[in-house]
Design a protein. Sequence first.
Lengths: 324, 504, 125
Amino acid sequence: MSKKVSQEKYEKTRSYRMKQWFDGTRDPFLNTVEMKPQKAFSEDKETLERRAEDRKELRERIYDTAGNTEVRVFRKFYRVASVLFCICLVVMLLAAVSGLPAFGNPGNPVNNEVAARYIENGLQETGAVNIVTGMILDYRAFDTLGESHVLFIATCTVLILLRLDKSKKGSHGIGYEAEEDRIYEPKNDVILQTVARILVPPIVIFGIYVILGGHLGPGGGFSGGAVIGAGLILYVNAFGFAKTERFFHEKTYKRLSFCALACYALAKSYSFYTGANHIESMIPLGTPGAILSSGLILILNICVGLVVAGTMYTFYVMFRKGAY
Amino acid sequence: MAFVQNFPFMSIILSLFSGPLCSILSGRKAKWVNAAVIVIIGGMSAAVLGFVLGTGQEYVYTMGHFPAPWGNEIRVGVLEAVMAVFFCVIMLLCMLGGIREREEEIEDTKQNLYYIMVNLLLSSLLALIYTNDLFTAYVFVEINTISACGLIMIRQNGRTLVAATRYMIMSLLGSGLLLLGICFLYDLTGHLLMSNIREQVALIHANGSYHIPLLVAVGLMSVGIAIKSALYPFHSWLPDAYGYSSLSSASILSSLVSKGYIFLLVKIFYRVIGFDIVRDSKVINVLFVFGIVGMIMGSVSAIKESNIRRMISYSSIAQIGYIYMGFGLGTTAGIVASIYHIVSHAATKALLFVAASGITEVSGDSTDFFDLTGAGYRNKLSGIAFTVGSLSMVGIPVFSGFISKLLFAQAGVGVENTAKMLPTLIALAISTVLNAVYFMKTVIRLYTPEKKAVLEKKQFKQVKMTEEPAKSFALICFIVLNLFLGLSSEPIIRLIENGLNMFA
Amino acid sequence: MNLGNLFNNYGEAVAMILFGIGFSNLLLQKNLIKKIIGLNIMDTAMYLFLALKGFIGGRKAPIVTDGVQSVEAYINPIPSGLVLTGIVVSVSVTALMLSLTIRLYRRYHTLDLDEISTRLRKEGL
């Protein structure tokens, strides 16, 4: 027996919506995707006029190819000289390449005792099944230390250029950018949100798997961190900044990168100090093939992965909004 | 193994670690951390210098549990320790001299980012000095490039952004060529450690195999480093970058950054390829020609300038031309003269920049030439400092510039290939005259009293020595350093020769 | 110039041609974004060159499988490690250049470096 309900209650039920969809009387996008109409991009007349004048002056005085023979000759000369220079460079490099050892030859100078020791003794000396990871995080760890700091300092320069701070008022203050971002961002894009709900957890788990398995198979901190960063960017695009700012804001990134880089520096100084002073290192190497093996390599991979993930997300936020 | 021997590795790690440390601190605490780090590293480098002079030979320090060529290593000798101490001293004085400008020009929330850049710049300079591995040198060259770019654009007005863009484009070209040269060399020899590469290169050269690729590799590396250190045809980024950036940035950039690359070039010539092979390939002739042209064209462009900071930047181009001319001579005396000029030029150029900022401060913050009339009377210490720097640049005896010109002339006369002697001496003479023209013109203008009517209209302020203790202290230290280098240069030259013998 | 060897080393030859293309882009293009793309092409060409160094015909990737640890079973692992470092450097530098471009565009509304310098010369400091 069905209970008879009032018309308003009926209109809220699912069966009414189904009937409407079946009849084709309901607009699925009404009231669900809110996009306010864009404010027309306008500049005041003065700037427009000044810019038109500048362009005219540039064209006439500097780029004037019709009247100004000096500029025309110089431009042609510069183009011709550059092309000739590049062609000469390529020819010289090709000449050098033709003199290099043959490709894929096992007797090359490159395949010498250095590579032989990495392959033959790498597993016993570093504990890593992946020889390349063992090489960059144990044999030649100093290079990787420098490389992590390259990433860190690039982030600092991007922060200098693009971070908007609360102290600056005016048209480039923090409020204006955030407001603009909300206006142009469609609030509930069905496709993006559904796909993100399905995909983001596997992406993040895959990234964690790549980081943790860096010494057991292909992978490592850098690739895994990039994967996690991509997952975070997809999440932000689907659900907006309000959701990500619940767990990732500026203090998070600062503390995360400081802790990870400090941990890395500490671990590596212990390793270098004991190595140079010929003291035995206390870190156990474990059984190759297990996750908890290969000494410090696992910890270093995790640190590097966290830094890279945070950096990718920070680049995206800085380029888009300028503030967390 | 003595504990002192750990100090080079500790200084690199300390300066690398202080970068992320400054990222979580506020601007004021970051300033103190930065100063403390530079002082500590200076002290440690002095201890290392004492140790190496005591034992009389250099040592190798393995970074990790595996010896070369399977692991990384750093090599410490007299020359490296001298350079490290010297760079720390200059960096400390530059940072002291620019305190007031930093507080005015940089936003409060971004102050700690500036100190991160300076710390990482110091770490990359130390790593370039001590490293014995070619690929590590490339990674730290990249850190050097990016932090120098950060130093230029911290001031964030239109001109510095354009200057930073031009600087990055040219510098990345240079890095690309350097990496390509390193890849070629790795392919031919199979090693990345410098000492091992040299043995293999000697074998290859004796064999005669791989003749063209070796020549191309040497050429690519030299051109890459020449682009990055602003040798003559590749200098277009320099005047904008040094002329418009903040004061401590300009002084650190002009005195330390380009010199780090030149030191790497000396290492590549001596320790990677071997100087005889470099001399046989005609690469140094090309460097010689560009050096001489740079010496003259740099000074000519400086004469035409009316902005005092751009004028000093153009004079930098001329001085880098001197250094490359010293390389091009192809003798040990030439290299010793170049390295001494690195030391002397770093001290003098930083002095000139700091003094110039003191002068413009009392001329209404204008760098234009005509506003500087009589500034020597308004800010006495900066006037005296600028005069000392100019006299040193021109080459008046008693100051350090005279000793470096003397060394260059002696090296030029002693060269075996007499075709290089005459151009060297002529270029030295012409550039001394040109230097005198624009530096003396400025000094005379500084000490010409300004007309009373103009003074009343413009209302310039006077600054006494005690009003800015940090800058006055930095200026006095610079003057003392310059006089020390000029008057008692013998021990330093002997140290450099000693170090260069150990170097190979 | 040994043409036979050049055709044998065709991978490296292609890498050098790409390097030249990237280099000429960097010099000749007026648009800043196209210059940055040229820079990326140059860097990628260099990593191609370096990655080809390690290859030996008929051998597998350097991950120890089935306990086989002889030198004849794996390719050279060193160039792969160097390329890893290089890629991170390239990403960092590209991010820096792009943020510089964004700042310049916001202020001058143009991507042409010559036009910006000319306008700077007019407006003074």
